[in-house]
Write a protein that binds this ligand. Sequence first.
Ligand code: XMP
Length: 318
Amino acid sequence: MAFSPSKFIPGAVEDIKKSVGSDRCIIAVSGGVDSMVAAALAARAVPSQLACIFVDTGFMRKNETKNVEEAARKAGIPLKVVEESERFIKKLEGVSDPEQKRKIIGEQFIRVFEEAAKKERVKVLIQGTIAPDWIESGGGGRQTIKSHHNVGGLPENIELRLCEPLRELYKHEVRMLGKELGLPRHVFERQPFPGPGLAVRIVGEISREKLEIVRDACAIVEEEIDNASASGRMERPWQYFAAVLPSKTVGVAGDERIYKYTVVVRAVGSLDGMTANFSLIPHDVLSSISTRITNEVRGVGRVTYDITNKPPSTIEME
Ligand code: XMP
């Protein structure tokens, strides 16, 4: 049966009311569509018991804090920004295994929520978990593909009760819900962004240099593809971003040898993130992305385009 957002909303609001009871609850908004929609539902269900926070992990996109604050204000979601970038970066020092990185990030999120919860006297954590998050984290007896920060990345000892109103939904259904709830178009149409943020777009060990590279490269990929799609030169992909590889390669600038990082550009078409096909980006768009990244982002000497589908690869590199 086709998903009906107008039928889903009253049931979800009732479920949230039941699950929260007379307690206070907290939701962490990431700026992505899932948490924004979960926050909008919670704001309908339990407005006077709800605290909303945005955790700046240091792995956010360029200007993200400002953008999320503005989007939340427009959507009527009262938001408190919690700056925790040093904490997350320090905990990830020297860690290169993708699953370990995800688990550390998942745990730190919970510790930040618990600290915020104590201040706000909160007992329930509302999360925007959707179906692919728990399916890929090994839910329903499946093998773990990757531990999504809000499911498989959660520590075992959590002091908060979980409430996940979007648990059974897929991304396209969440977008329909966002529209029905009256969220701004740029919020419910926004491309997905993983909870662990840019940390999973730095393949292997994180460094501040690689973080700056991937943040700037992602901004260029978004800008170029948004412009090309807006002017009708290509269809807007489902998701598009950059990642940085751990090893450097040799290049040449003028008549000097350079030895710099490689950035991978990724753009895919998908319905629900469970499978994906790499997008056919016009060569002139790829060319301006490459020229801009090597000219504008310090430390990058090579740009490649990822031409793998999911499966066998996943959308993110870690
Ligand atoms: P993969 O990389 O598994 O990604 O093909 C499928 C979709 O999920 C996003 N993704 C995440 N979203 N927490 C999230 O909220 C996570 O830990 C996470 N990991 C991947 C990814 O960006 C893609 O849209």
